[in-house]
Structures are given as C-alpha cells and as structure tokens.
Write a protein that binds this ligand. Structure first.
Ligand code: ADP
Ligand code: MG
Length: 245
C-alpha cells in the first residue's frame, strides 16, 4: 500500500441479515483529501463510514485504514480508532463530564497522556474550534452548534489521521449549521483528511476534492464538485440533486 493512502476499500460488501447494505464498494482516500458522500436516506452512507473505524464489520472485500487491514480476528481495533476521528449527527458527548473532560478522556485512557498533558491538548483544540470559554460547562448547558464543535475538538485531541463526519449538521437548528460548517472548512484548509457524509452542497462545492453519490448500497457516481453538480452522469444523481438543491 502506498504511504499516502489513508483508506483503501476494495470490492467491499456487507449484509444486515439477508439485506445487502453495501455492494461492490471501491474507494480510496489519500492523505489530505476531502471527500463528501451524499445520497438518499437508507443508501448505506453511515454504514460505509462506520466500516472505516470498525463500528460495523464488512463481510466481503478488503478495507485497509492507515496501513491496518480490518478483519474479524483483528486485535488492534483500538489502534485503528485512535487514528480515525468520528463526529456523529447527535454529538454523542459524555453527558456527565464537562466539556474539558470530554476532550481529555480519550488522550488519557487510550493514548496514556497525563492529566496535565491531556488538559493542555484539550484547551488547544477547544481554542481551535473557538469555544475555550465553555471548557467547564456540561454538554447540556451548550447549544447544539457548540456541542458539535466540542465533539469535533474531542476527536481532534486524538490527533487522528482522518476525520469522518456523519451528517454533523442535520440535527442542528438552521442558525447553528454555519458555525459547524465553518469549523469543518477551517479543518479542511489546514489539510485534514476528511470523509464527510453531508447534504450541505455549498460545503461540498467549497471544500470537496471529490463528491461521491451512493444509492442502494452502491457508489453510483464519483467526481469533482464541478463535474458532479453541473453535469451529473446518472439519472439517479440528477433526480437526487433536483430534490435537494
Ligand atoms: P444512510 O446513512 O445512507 O441513511 P444507513 O447506512 O444508515 O443509510 O442504512 C442503510 C440501510 O441499512 C437502511 O435500509 C437501514 O435501514 C439499514 N440498516 C442500518 N443499520 C442497520 C442495522 N443495524 N440492522 C439492520 N439494518 C440496518
Ligand atoms: Mg446515515
């Protein structure tokens, strides 16, 4: 595997019982690439990116993440997750911990940092998402947009090789969408490797190197944003774009 490939998926297939959720997935993500994944609800977008940090297991084909092949008997799932940050639609912060602690526990428990080192790192990334002043609050005391920025900071504290975003703005009130997209755009500008499931097509146009369209568990179309939006090749892509734009 070439050094600059962060994710390599070859002929990946997955089933939930008898239902095939992923079919013939071939996708590579290079260091520094920004990829947007879109497609109708139920098309397998979340399942796909959850396979990349082994929150879900695939049954056929090969997935290599940061040089580690994912398979049933692997013993180093933690090693993979350390390198793959994930931000969810519903934030998934630890409700009983302060913002600061939310950001400290991963580096302490998984990377073995001391509390002092973890706090320094946490504050650095809370500043990075521009909410250091919220450090001692609990998640419930924050707005949705602020909670999502904490979730991003928490992932960044692990200094991952890649960040996965699963519809990070779709649970937010409309006025909070832009603060989260601005944070993501700023990460992209810093060179972060990102796979973002999102229907925010303005973000896709501004940031993505490649847009991937999924339908019924397959990658139907893939292209740079310019080609994807102005001249989609497939009828299914056109229909989808006409519904969301
Ligand atoms: P998307 O993120 O594109 O909306 P998902 O990956 O969440 O799609 O789901 C793809 C399909 O797999 C859907 O039909 C969904 O109902 C089904 N599915 C998702 N998770 C499970 C599960 N844990 N068990 C069974 N079916 C599932
Ligand atoms: Mg989803």
């Amino acid at each position: 595997m070439s050094m600059d490939l962060i994710i390599e998926a070859k002929d990946v297939a997955k089933w939930y019982g008898a239902f095939q959720v992923l079919k013939d997935i071939n996708l590579t993500v290079r260091k520094g690439e920004r990829i947007v994944v879109c497609g109708p609800s139920g098309s397998g977008k979340s399942t796909l990116i959850r396979c990349f940090n082994r929150l879900e297991a695939h049954q056929q084909g090969e997935i290599i993440v940061n040089g580690i092949t994912l398979h049933d008997k692997m013993r180093n799932v933690a090693e993979v997750r350390k390198n793959v940050g994930m931000v969810f639609q519903h934030f998934n912060l630890f409700p009983h911990m302060t913002v600061l602690m939310n950001c400290m526990v991963g580096p302490m428990w998984i990377k073995g940092l001391s509390a002092a080192e973890a706090e320094k790192t946490a504050l650095r990334f809370l500043e990075r998402v521009r909410i250091p002043e919220q450090a001692n609050k609990y998640p419930v005391q924050l707005s949705g947009g602020q909670q999502q920025r904490v979730a991003i900071a928490r992932s960044l504290c692990m200094e991952p090789a890649i960040m996965l975003f699963d519809e990070p703005t779709s649970a937010l009130d409309p006025e909070m969408v832009s603060e989260v997209l601005d944070t993501m755009t700023s990460l992209a500008k810093d060179g972060m490797t990102m796979v973002c499931v999102t229907h925010e097509m303005g973000f896709a146009r501004a940031v993505a190197d490649r847009v991937i369209f999924m339908n019924s568990g397959q990658i139907v179309e893939e292209g740079n944003p310019q080609a994807f939006f102005t001249n989609p090749k497939h009828e299914r892509t056109r229909l989808f774009l006409s519904q969301i734009l």
